[in-house]
Design a protein around this ligand. Structure first.
Ligand code: MF3
Ligand code: CO
Ligand code: CO
Length: 279
């Protein structure tokens, strides 16, 4: 893996400088946020492998299956594809994938006793290291007959991240898409989790910049070609407030016990737009 940074060309540097001089609410990227072509190729490949792992586990996300079983499939498939599960032993995380059901917002730990049942909604979040680079993405599933409001929560969350991707263009800002996500959630009577966001991703698991799923247009991190980051809104049916499980130190739940949904896309910013690399 290559850890060098891309030295932006003079025109790019001038453009960054100009935008930030005109608008003090916009932050310039650090050099580390701008990946080299070699790094982008590696990150893109890791994203493809990660998507293959998500594809492989998808048929098993059904009523009667335990989240431990999903963990086993992710571990097996990742290995077979020549990858490594990034969550395993990451800061002490005990499993290979995050499985977050209903009121669990994120970082749910696979468990042999947690069997998927009719009416559950679940997020499966995979991160694969391939040849030293990272791909990170998650998808949401409805198990059997899910009530209409919960289904709408899942659907609105997906629409919000898709809208965000359309807005995450070179020379726009994180505030442009964060604002759109937050507005879409509110318009539907939902709320956006604020403490947890997306992140730069590719050379490491969690890199700068942090990616808030709220914000103001024309403010926040400037989006520049060569950046690689996730957009992964967690949208709650009730309060935006969340709590961390004191016993396991990982599981994040809604404070009011109402359901939460999340979709995670991993993007590369190009000169002309963006690529979703891990879907
Ligand atoms: N995949 C999660 C993310 O989107 C991070 C999981 S960290 C873990 O950032 F340790 F819980 F796996
Ligand atoms: Co992520
Ligand atoms: Co993830």
């Amino acid at each position: 893996m290559s850890k060098e940074s891309a030295m932006p060309n003079f025109a790019t540097m001038e453009r960054i400088r100009g935008i930030c001089a005109r608008n003090r609410h916009v932050q310039a990227p650090s050099i580390k946020m701008l990946k080299t072509q070699k790094q982008l190729d590696g990150i893109r490949r890791a994203g493809e492998i990660n998507a293959k792992v998500l594809d492989a586990v998808e048929p098993y996300v059904k009523e009667g299956v335990s989240t431990e079983e999903l963990d086993r499939i992710v571990a097996e498939r990742t290995k077979a594809l020549g990858g490594i599960c990034a969550p395993f032993h990451y800061e002490g995380f005990p499993k290979h994938v995050c499985t977050s059901i209903n009121e669990v917002v994120c970082h749910g730990i696979p468990d042999p006793h947690r069997i998927l049942k009719n009416g559950d909604i679940i997020n499966v979040d995979c991160t694969t290291i391939y040849k030293g680079y990272y791909g990170d993405a998650s998808r949401m599933y409805c198990i059997g007959e899910v009530n209409d409001d919960w289904r709408r929560l899942v659907e609105v969350t997906k629409q919000s991240v898709e809208k965000a991707v359309r807005l995450a263009q070179p020379w726009a800002t994180f505030g442009d898409f964060g604002h759109a996500i937050d507005r879409m959630a509110r318009e539907n009577g939902f709320s956006v989790v604020r403490e947890i966001g997306g992140h730069g991703c590719g050379v490491d698991f969690h890199e700068d910049p942090w990616v808030p799923h709220f914000g103001s247009p024309n403010a926040g991190q400037l989006i520049v070609p060569g950046m690689s980051f996730t957009i992964e809104p967690m949208i709650n049916m009730g309060t935006h407030r969340v709590t961390e499980d004191a016993e396991d130190g990982w599981t994040i739940r809604t404070e009011d016990g109402q359901p939460s949904a999340q979709w995670e896309y991993h993007l590369i910013i190009t000169e002309t737009g963006n690529e979703i690399i891990s879907r």
